[in-house]
Design a protein around this ligand. Structure first.
Ligand SMILES: [Zn+2]
Length: 334
């Protein structure tokens, strides 16, 4: 989410009010960490440590690599789960939008479930044995680290790369992909806007690295996790038409059927992405348009602006496990 300016304004106001209401900065405000009530969320360093632990505990099925670096030089860590080559490849991506911290927890939950569960859960073992599963928990680590800098939230969405020729910082990663980039009034040319598409497609090293990774693989199914609104969304976002160039009636029906089936498991609302609002240059349109990947966007908990982007850490377990059946359903498709 989102390109609704009125909603942004409301969210900014509410976040400010919430801060005044008692989200006190951490004791050591110089460090980047989550405020009180949010300690269960993982910082970039804590996320990296969890990925390293998954590999240490399960070296036979888990492998940690980097697909590149962020603008500020952070590794874009990828956890690969599987035990052989030539199997259908499935990708889960999280945290394209900085303040959507619950999504990083979603990706960590997928990592933990498919590694820790391998030895004890036959269904997990079967999925891992018959697929290669890639998980990218921090698609925009500069942004998410900035969002918690000083021990308080900054309501930050974009990257942290300065915009050339402007005093503004940051591009919306999920408007920066080069399939119908900027085509349809579904992103902004204003560098200060929340949905600024960037000066060019793949202007951000984070999107460039992820696209290069996908181009070099054969990803058959994909979920890009966001917050919030509790939606299952499918391509295309750039047009309100269900079918057309790049989407046959049969393909559209497959998205609709699978989207509805996944939504039946988690209670989200299923719809074509553009029904929410038009977006152009997003990862799902690109993944389907360029690679025919079964690519979905999940907008996670909550439904509304309270608590919006910042549910406290008591929601991590219920809201990540809530998507287990949908994740399994998607993997089972390929
Ligand atoms: Zn988002």
């Amino acid at each position: 989410m989102f390109s609704n300016r009125a909603l942004y304004g409301a969210l900014t106001f509410m976040t400010g009010a919430a801060l005044l209401a008692g989200l006190a900065p951490a004791a050591n405000a110089a460090t980047n960490d989550f405020p009180a009530g949010y300690e269960g969320y993982h910082t970039y360093a804590e996320t990296t440590a969890e990925l390293q632990k998954a590999v240490a505990d399960h070296p036979d099925i888990a492998h940690l690599s980097s697909i590149g670096q962020s603008y500020q030089g952070r590794e874009l860590n990828l956890l690969t789960i599987g035990s052989g080559s030539g199997k259908p490849e499935v990708l889960f991506t999280c945290n394209q939008h900085a303040r959507e911290h619950l999504t990083t927890e979603m990706c960590l939950h997928i990592v933990q479930r498919f590694t820790d569960g391998y030895a004890t859960d036959p269904a997990i073992k079967l999925m891992v044995d018959t697929h290669t599963i890639y998980v990218l928990p921090n698609a925009n680590p500069d942004g998410s680290e900035y969002d918690i800098s000083g021990g308080r939230f900054h309501n930050w969405r974009k990257t942290r790369k300065p915009v050339p020729g402007s005093s503004a910082i940051g591009t919306d990663t999920n408007r920066n992909w080069d399939y119908n980039w900027g085509c349809c009034n579904g992103s902004s040319t204003n560098p200060s806007a929340e949905d600024y598409r960037g000066p060019a497609p793949f202007s951000e090293p984070e999107t460039r690295a992820l696209a290069d990774f996908v181009d070099a693989h054969d990803i058959r199914a994909h979920i890009d996790f966001h917050t919030y609104s509790e939606l299952v969304l499918w391509p295309f976002g750039y047009t309100t038409s269900a079918t057309g160039t790049g989407m046959t009636a049969a393909e559209a029906k497959r998205f609709q059927d699978l989207g509805k089936a996944m939504a039946a498991t988690n209670g989200y609302t299923p719809e074509q992405s553009s029904k929410l609002y038009i977006t152009d240059g997003d990862i799902n349109d690109w993944s389907w348009g360029r690679h025919k990947t079964l690519s979905f966007c999940f907008e996670m908990y909550p439904t509304g602006s309270n608590p919006g982007f910042y549910p406290d850490d008591s929601q991590i377990v219920p809201q990540t496990t809530r998507n287990d059946a949908a994740v399994d359903l998607l993997i089972g498709q390929v």
